[in-house]
Design a binder for this molecule. Sequence first.
Ligand code: ARG
Length: 436
Amino acid sequence: MKKSYKKDTILKLLSSMSSEKEIRKYLDRFSSDDYRFALIKVGGAVIQSDLENLVSSLAFLNEVGLRPIIVHGGGPKLSEELNKRKIEFSFLNGQRVTTKDVLDVAYEIFSGENKKIVSALNDQHVNAIPVIGDIFSCNIENKDLGYVGQIKETNSNKIKDIISSGGIPVIAPIGYTEEHQLVNINGDKATLALAKEIVPDKVIFLSEIGGIFDGNDQLISNINIKDDYNNLMSQDWLHSGMKLKLEQIKLLLDSLPSNSSVSITKPLHLNRELFTDAGFGTLVKAGHQINKLKSLNNDQNNALVSILESAFKGTLSKNYFENDDKEFYISECNRSSIVITTFKDIAYMDKFAVINSARGEGLGNAMWNKMLSEHKKIFWRSRASNAINNFYKDVCDGFQKSDEWNIFWIGIHDLDELTACINYAVNQPATISYEN
Ligand code: ARG
């Protein structure tokens, strides 16, 4: 009783940020994944300066029955402590050279940081379980790095057991060798190794900055590796830390199923990132294969009809495919499509559909950009009540409103031509019918 009451209260709270339907969609999606819901890497700096937000965001997840796997770092605190104790240390290729002295302090600090998270969660009645030094079986591969472990194998059964008994594992970046020697592991590497083993729906990096920012200091909301990676890596504003992270994320996504995603956000925004389409952070996906077709075979035809009917929640008219020449953009995942016809050699976007469960991934954007890169002049209409109109207003060169339709255009500058296009759009028969 108490639990569902609380759940409802929290849902209401989240609803102030977006529709309850949207939130429920994500709750359902994540709930079906049991231990595969999410792997969350908590940056070391977050434990030092943002523990409160971290704990309340995680307590919320726990409250709605979602149990993520937590891996944390501790680098900044370790450096601080080594300095304090006047123990010298250095880095080699981004990895901390770990002498016996450094290892002793590392173990002490990482255990301490682990305990901070675990007890703060326990105080909120979250059954957080510390996991220190017994799931990463390692080799020492590079003697120059000292006691640094290369992960050989991950014992994910222990993690699964904790989750299936209602706990949340909190994992420190410490491994062991065959000789029972404890070793230091890089927190990001531990996260990647675990992700490959667990294959979670989402991998989330919680940091103080909470995302990847562009040259104008604007948060980049979506990154599709396929479309954006090379371009991003060549930008001089992408500083080395972020470059490295993006490189690792690419490798990770390469080895996960194509619908997996990585989010970078901060503790305060975690639930907004998870439970809304727009999110709050940077969402990285492997990218979308989009096919452009001039004609459709039977399967493609069926796929298109179901995308359109699901996205518009109506029935497509039987003769939709009969009349004019059409051009189809369909995402490989069969979750989004654009249909183009032509009027006086100008492209008319007859349909643009993204099914509900694919919203928020940047798929619509990828479709749009692909279509736009191939059509310099284009016009379309949309019902005045359609929520996508704000997006259309942003991207169009101009628009005209009537009671029923908004007409938008790009690249059409001749007034006669424009008038003809607007007339054409307004007078197109409806091809989706709705039951009332
Ligand atoms: N809530 C969805 C997810 O977690 C979409 C997040 C969108 N985030 C973004 N930064 N664009 O997968």
